[in-house]
Design a protein around this ligand. Structure first.
Ligand SMILES: N[C@@H](CCC(=O)N[C@@H](CS)C(=O)NCC(=O)O)C(=O)O
Length: 216
């Protein structure tokens, strides 16, 4: 009998930290059952700004993923990493051309809208020097994002249809993780967005999500 390579996948090295953008990638890798090495990069200690780390993530931000092919290939930006993983592990992607188009659209929506806007909302809400106009501005924009999600999730189980994909993974930590600025500032999203709450509560029970949110 010919030798069988039981694990033909190249090793994956994830450089990350327990923040929403880092948690996304852990959820995706766990969901796919992928083998990977986890390298914590302590962003509170500035480890993301070293020349060594910038050689794989030029903007000095987590997460980054290195695929140990020869030569190794590295990805930075959580959206790019999630789409790479969706291509490589089809269970993370949509089941039809239409769903796959929605996976890409909703993933880009999260990294271009929900993530940065919730981040800015959190920054101004927690700022030492109060800036009520900025808080109100970003709160309005975050609220608009949640309404966009609410409408979509009142029509389907998941953001892209009936399949759980990287698009859901991208948004979940920004809405539901303990790091989420919506939690931190008691934004009343649960009462006002019941479909988003139903979606988040269901996903929070997944083993992949429990593991990602439990990493410190
Ligand atoms: N657009 C980037 C944002 C990445 C990002 O902001 N990462 C944060 C942690 S969630 C970080 O590394 N912060 C440290 C810093 O900016 O110095 C992505 O989606 O990956």
């Amino acid at each position: 009998m010919a030798d069988v390579d039981l694990d033909p996948d190249p090793d994956l090295d994830l450089y990350s930290w327990h923040t929403p953008n880092g948690q996304k990638i852990v959820i995706a890798l766990e969901e796919a059952g992928a083998a990977y090495n986890y390298h914590p990069i302590d962003i509170s200690a500035g480890e993301q700004k070293t020349d060594r780390f910038r050689s794989i993530s030029p903007d000095g931000k987590i997460p980054a993923l290195v695929v140990n092919t020869n030569p190794a290939i590295s990805y930075f930006e959580s959206g790019a990493i999630l789409l790479y993983l969706a291509d490589r592990f089809p269970m993370l992607d949509g089941n039809s051309e239409e769903e796959r188009a929605r996976v890409r659209s909703w993933t880009f929506w999260q990294v271009g809208q929900l993530g940065p806007l919730a981040g800015q909302f959190g920054r101004f809400s927690g700022a030492e020097i109060p800036n009520p106009a900025a808080v109100e501005h970003f709160e309005d924009l975050v609220w608009r994002c949640l309404q966009v999600m609410e409408k979509r999730l009142s029509e389907s189980d998941y953001l892209t249809g009936e399949t759980f994909t990287v698009a859901d993974i991208a948004s979940l930590p920004w809405v539901a993780s303990g790091q989420s600025y919506l939690q931190k500032y008691q934004f009343p999203w649960r009462e006002q967005c019941p479909s988003v709450a139903r979606w988040a509560d269901g996903l929070l029970m997944k083993a992949s999500v429990v593991k990602a949110f439990g990493l410190v």
